[in-house]
Design a protein around this ligand. Structure first.
Ligand SMILES: O=P(O)(O)OC[C@H]1O[C@](O)(COP(=O)(O)O)[C@@H](O)[C@@H]1O
Ligand SMILES: [Mg+2]
Ligand SMILES: [Mg+2]
Length: 363
C-alpha cells in the first residue's frame, strides 16, 4: 500500500490553498530554491570526488567582500543560487554574502514581486573537515514589483520577511523553513529527489542546560556575557544551581538546527576584538532569517540590547551581535545587558572566577 508522505511541493500547494488570493508565485520561488539546494547538496556530498574542496584560488587569493578567503564551494553555491533562481520570474533582485552589490538580473529574466537574500554556504571553515554546512535564505517583498530592485529596496528590517529558511548539508540534507506559521523541517529523500516533511512544527524548549559560544574570544566579551557564561560554568554550585553542557560547531546552520531540536542558547555577542565590527554575523542573510525561524519555533533572538528583527538595516553586509535560543535563557542574558547598561554591578562580578588569576578575568 502506498503511504502518502508530504512532499515540499504538496506542502506549498496546501499552504497556497489557505490563501485564496495567492498567485502561485511564492510556491514557484520555493521550488526553484529547493532545486538550487539539491544541486548544492549534491556537490557538497561528492566533495573531493568532484574537486570541490579547498580554496577558490589555489594561492588563496580569492577574497569576498567580507575580506574572507572564498572556498570553491562558496563560489559554486553562490553561482547555483543565482542561476537557479534568476529564471523563476518571481524575483526583482538578489543579494548574497559573496557579492558586494545587489545582483542585477539578466535582461531576459522576468521581474517578479520578491527579493531573495542569502548566505550561499554557511560554515565554510567546516567544508574541508567534512562537518555540516548549509545555505541560509530570507525572502522579502519587493517594494517595486516587476522592476529591478535597488539597494534601498533590500534594507528592510527582519520583521518584514515573508519567509526564511536554511538548508543543512549534513548526514542528511534538510530544509527548514518558516512563512510565519511555525517552523517545518523537510528531509531530502535522494531516491525520489524530493524533500519530505519529517519535522512538522518544531518547538524550542524554554529551558535548557546547553550553551554555545566561541570561548577563544572571552577576553573581548562585555561584562554581561562574561557573567552569564561564568554562571553556566559554575554549574550546580553556582547561582544557576544546575550543570551546563557546552557546544561550538562554528557552523551557524548546525547550531540553529541543534537548538531547534533540543533547545540551548547560541551567543556570538558584541565584543571588542575588532572595534569596526559590532558583531561577527551578518544581519540580512544570517541573523534575520535565523531569528525568524527561532521566534517562530517559540524561542527568542536579540543583539543583547534589542530584538534582532527590529534592527533597521543601513547596509547589505551589516554585522550584528547575535544571541538566540531557548526563551528563558535569552531573556536572562538580555536582562544582564539591561542591568549593565543601567550601571548596576551584580554581585557575581566579585566572584573568584573573575579574580586576577581566573579564566574569566574582568578587564
Ligand atoms: O570561526 P568563528 O569565529 O567561531 O565563527 C563561526 C561562525 O562563522 C560562520 O561560519 C560564518 O559564516 P560563513 O562561513 O558563511 O562566513 C558561522 O556559520 C559560525 O557561526
Ligand atoms: Mg555564514
Ligand atoms: Mg557563507
Amino acid at each position: 500500500m502506498h503511504q502518502r508522505r508530504t512532499t515540499l511541493t504538496r506542502y506549498t500547494i496546501e499552504q497556497e490553498h489557505r490563501h485564496p488570493g495567492a498567485s502561485g508565485e511564492f510556491s514557484g520561488l520555493l521550488n526553484s530554491l529547493a532545486t538550487a539546494i539539491k544541486i548544492i547538496s549534491n556537490q557538497v556530498n561528492k566533495g573531493a570526488l568532484v574537486g570541490m574542496l579547498g580554496d577558490a584560488a589555489s594561492d588563496g587569493a580569492a577574497v569576498n567582500v567580507q575580506g574572507e578567503v572564498q572556498k570553491k564551494l562558496d563560489v559554486m553555491s553562490n553561482d547555483v543560487m543565482l542561476k537557479e533562481n534568476e529564471f523563476s520570474g518571481h524575483l526583482s533582485g538578489m543579494a548574497s554574502e559573496e557579492m558586494e552589490d545587489v545582483y542585477a538580473l539578466p535582461a531576459h529574466c522576468k521581474r517578479g514581486k520578491y527579493l531573495l537574500v542569502f548566505d550561499p554556504l554557511d560554515g565554510s571553515s567546516n567544508i574541508d573537515v567534512n562537518l555540516t554546512v548549509g545555505t541560509i535564505f530570507s525572502i522579502l517583498r519587493a517594494p517595486n514589483p516587476g522592476k529591478d530592485a535597488s539597494l534601498e529596496d533590500f534594507l528592510q528590517p527582519g520583521t518584514e520577511q515573508v519567509c526564511a529558511g536554511l538548508a543543512l548539508y549534513g548526514p542528511s540534507t534538510m530544509l527548514v523553513l518558516t512563512t510565519g506559521n511555525g517552523v517545518d523541517g523537510f528531509t531530502l529523500d535522494r531516491d525520489i529527489g524530493a524533500f519530505i516533511l519529517t519535522h512538522p512544527q518544531m518547538r524550542i524548549p524554554a529551558e535548557t542546560h546547553e550553551f554555545a559560544i566561541n570561548s577563544s574570544n572571552e577576553r573581548f566579551w562585555e561584562p554581561p556575557v562574561k557573567r552569564y557564561v561564568e554562571e553556566c560554568l559554575a554549574g550546580k554550585t553556582g547561582p544557576r544551581g544546575k550543570d551546563f553542557n557546552m557546544r561550538w560547531v562554528a557552523s551557524l546552520v548546525a547550531e540553529t538546527f541543534r537548538i531547534l531540536t533540543r533547545g540551548g542558547i547560541f551567543m556570538y555577542p558584541r565584543d571588542s576584538k575588532d572595534p569596526a565590527k559590532p558583531g561577527r554575523l551578518r544581519l540580512m542573510y544570517e541573523a534575520n532569517p535565523i531569528s525568524f525561524l527561532i521566534e517562530q519555533a517559540g524561542g527568542a533572538s536579540t543583539t543583547g540590547r534589542e530584538r534582532v528583527m527590529n534592527v533597521a538595516p543601513t547596509d547589505l553586509h551589516q554585522r550584528v551581535p547575535l544571541i538566540f535560543g531557548s526563551k528563558n535563557e535569552v531573556e536572562r542574558l538580555s536582562s544582564y545587558h539591561a542591568e549593565y547598561a543601567s550601571g548596576k554591578e551584580p554581585d557575581t562580578f566579585n566572584s573568584p572566577l573573575f579574580s586576577t588569576r581566573s579564566l574569566f578575568r574582568t578587564q
